[in-house]
Design a protein around this ligand. Structure first.
Ligand SMILES: *Cc1c(COP(=O)(O)O)cnc(C)c1O
Ligand SMILES: [Zn+2]
Length: 466
């Protein structure tokens, strides 16, 4: 058996109490329909007694297990036997300190950090979760894996399938809602790509039915193993801070897998006595896809120790349907109105004393331009974290000398259309692509300078603009 029997799955709903073994491939509790958690009998798995243990793992980077930025921390997500994990070397990402971006956010020098997850093999943080789900799928003998995706999940799944040859990928995307950078990856990696006439929420509903009917392994973040891999983002943040806990983690919120995974990571680290305090969590929605913000900040939805009032959610979703409101934002990776991990995220917000904010497309694109000018670069959705941190600074909720980590979820080249439209000289083109999104001005546009093909004119232009 490739899976450890001290790992098990348990329904998030404590009143339900359903549990099953690690070998089950389920994306919902069969008794009550809630999400499942992957849990461990830590007494049997025996994790290390100090995080310093993991420092030694750097020196073992010639072993595939420790080469991976996820399985370097294998003892903290030990559902699979070490020799069975599937890795392509994901998670080699770094925490970078940036005073340039920090100034924009309103932080004192040395206080703003960017966790640069765009440096993963498929260019987004999704590889963290995909490696774990893929390991689980392979362990239980799956031959095909499916996902609905706004682009990055599909790029990641397609890459693992192509690189390992262990499974075939079936990808569902909504029509017209995927950036070329991401679509090109799925096609290039050779995945079967099914484009549905509908949006992400539609594609998500269909893929759950299809994977159930055809017995295809589902790797969307309703898959609890995905979140196990995503915990490692927080392990790397702590590692980079020499195991000191930052004051804030700021993360974009789409399907809320990341925020849920981060909360679970800190719950477990605290339970194991590996950290003595917990950072605060800020989840940032796009204002055109602001379900969590609306429910948490306006309608008072709380985890309540597991007794969240879900009628608030049902009522809100009915309202969305009645108004025919669909998610709409330039940040396609978080253009989601029915986040599947909502309940886990509420738990994370409670444990980490969290807040939720929304930022406009304008704020995201301006923040994205600053991230780029700071030498990092990210896709629009990722910049929600920086725009959100700035907003929380403005509101006095984040202090200027607190230590803040913004997660940059995806690479700069994922969505070049948005970037070029923002910086372009051509106002007509800008309006065409971004004007309809309510983006009025490109505050930090770096416009190309048009000059005649003439040496004297070119020199004049360089002297004028530099
Ligand atoms: C998937 C994704 C998100 C949203 O993450 P969730 O875990 O679904 O909340 C944000 N940014 C990028 C670049 C993504 O690919
Ligand atoms: Zn249940």
């Amino acid at each position: 058996m490739p899976l450890n029997d001290f790992a098990y799955q348990r329904c998030l709903n404590h009143q339900c109490g359903y549990t099953c073994g690690p070998e089950e491939a389920r994306t919902a509790c069969p008794k009550c329909g809630d999400l499942l958690d992957v849990l461990y009998d830590w007494n049997r798995s025996k994790p290390p007694s100090s995080l310093k243990y993991f420092e030694e793992m750097w020196s073992r980077r010639n072993e595939p297990l420790r080469f991976s930025g996820i399985y370097r921390f294998h003892e903290l997500l030990p559902f699979a036997k070490p020799e069975t994990v599937v890795t392509v070397g994901e998670g080699q990402t770094l925490l970078q300190q940036s005073d340039f971006v920090g100034t924009y956010v309103g932080m004192k020098p040395g206080r703003l950090y960017l966790q640069y997850e765009g440096m993963n093999p498929s260019g987004s943080f999704k590889d963290n979760g995909m490696s774990a789900a893929f390991t689980h799928a392979h362990a239980i003998g799956a031959k095909r894996a499916a996902c609905a995706s706004t682009g990055n999940t599909s790029a990641s799944l397609a890459m693992y399938c192509a690189a390992t040859r262990l499974m075939k990928a079936v990808i569902f995307i909504g029509s017209g809602k995927i950036s070329y950078g991401k679509l090109s990856q799925a096609l290039d990696y050779g995945a079967l790509t099914v484009q549905i006439a509908g949006d992400f929420d539609d594609a998500m509903a269909r893929v759950q039915e299809i994977s159930r009917d055809l017995g295809i392994y589902l790797v969307n973040s309703v898959n609890p193993f995905r979140l196990e891999g995503q915990k490692s983002i927080m392990f790397r943040v702590l590692e980079a801070l020499r195991w000191e806990v930052p004051d804030w983690i700021v993360v974009p919120g789409g399907n809320l897998g990341n925020s849920s995974a981060f909360g679970k990571a800190f719950m477990e680290l605290k339970e194991l006595g590996l950290i003595d305090r917990v950072p605060r969590l800020a989840v940032i929605n796009a204002s055109g896809a602001d379900t969590l913000f609306e429910l948490f900040e306006h309608r008072g939805l709380r985890w309540n120790g597991g007794r969240a009032n879900m009628s608030i959610v049902d009522h809100y979703y009915q309202e969305l349907d009645q108004l025919g409101r669909k998610a709409s934002t330039i940040a396609s990776a978080i253009e989601i109105n029915r986040p599947v991990n909502l309940r886990k995220c509420l738990r994370a917000l409670e444990f980490c004393d969290g807040v939720v904010r929304q930022v406009t497309d304008q704020e995201m694109l301006d923040a994205k331009a600053k991230v780029g000018a700071g030498g990092f670069g990210c896709e629009p959705a990722s910049a929600a974290s920086v725009a959100g941190a700035r907003l929380l600074r403005d509101q006095g909720i984040i202090g200027s000398d607190e230590r803040v980590v913004c997660i940059l979820t995806g690479h700069q080249l994922k969505d070049p259309t948005a970037t070029v439209a923002y910086h372009t000289t051509d106002q007509e083109q800008f309006n065409k692509v971004l004007g309809s999104r309510g983006v009025k001005r490109a505050s930090f546009a770096n416009r190309a300078v048009a000059v005649p093909n003439d040496l004297g004119e070119i020199i004049k232009a360089i002297q004028l603009y530099s």
